[in-house]
Design a binder for this molecule. Structure first.
Ligand code: RP5
Length: 166
């Protein structure tokens, strides 16, 4: 995207990309400019801290952070910015995302992370949640969100109608 990014999408590894693409797809659908970065709380801590602390100054409004296993990315990012941070636990590893869920959601009081579901549903909802936050001050986005819900409703109605014909 060419416009200055409003959402910073971070992930701990390139192996998270397929899952985090769900968040990017939502942002693209709503025309919200974003930037995607791979940076790990453990493997590249200095760069991760710099990305977090410089985000607000670059015009970023919301950070989405996806990580798996001992998933400290969202919490570490949140510690270096007062921008809202949305965490997405990645599936995989021996515990298939439950480890990442606990690591992301169990923040000590004082540094919040809005934690979504494990995996693709969580990434998709992270994108939607970011749009919802932006919509508080962007009426056009609010209208688009309402239309999105109407479309979802219509799709289900259609599927229900097809089911009745079987
Ligand atoms: C985390 O460890 C990443 O977010 C990823 O989900 C997980 C495994 O990373 P790889 O070994 O696949 O690079 O830091």
């Amino acid at each position: 995207m060419n416009a200055a990014p409003l959402v910073l999408l971070m992930m701990g590894s390139d192996t998270d990309l397929t899952t985090m693409q769900e968040a990017a797809n939502i942002l693209r659908t709503f025309g919200v400019p974003y930037e995607m970065r791979i940076s790990s709380a453990h493997r590249s801590p200095v760069r991760t801290l710099a990305l977090a602390s410089e985000a607000a100054g670059r015009g970023i409004k919301i950070i989405i952070a996806g990580a798996g296993m001992a998933a400290h990315l969202a919490g570490v990012v949140a510690s270096k910015t007062i921008l809202p941070v949305i965490g997405v636990p990645m599936p995989g590893g021996a515990l298939n995302g439950v480890d990442a869920l606990y690591a992301t959601v169990q923040m000590p009081g004082g540094i919040p992370v809005a934690t979504m579901a494990i995996g693709k549903a969580g990434a998709k909802n992270a994108g939607l949640f970011a749009v919802q936050i932006l919509a508080l001050s962007e009426p056009v986005l609010a209208e688009s969100l309402l239309r999105y819900r109407v479309e979802m409703d219509k799709e289900l109605e259609q599927k229900d109608a097809e089911l009745q014909l079987r």
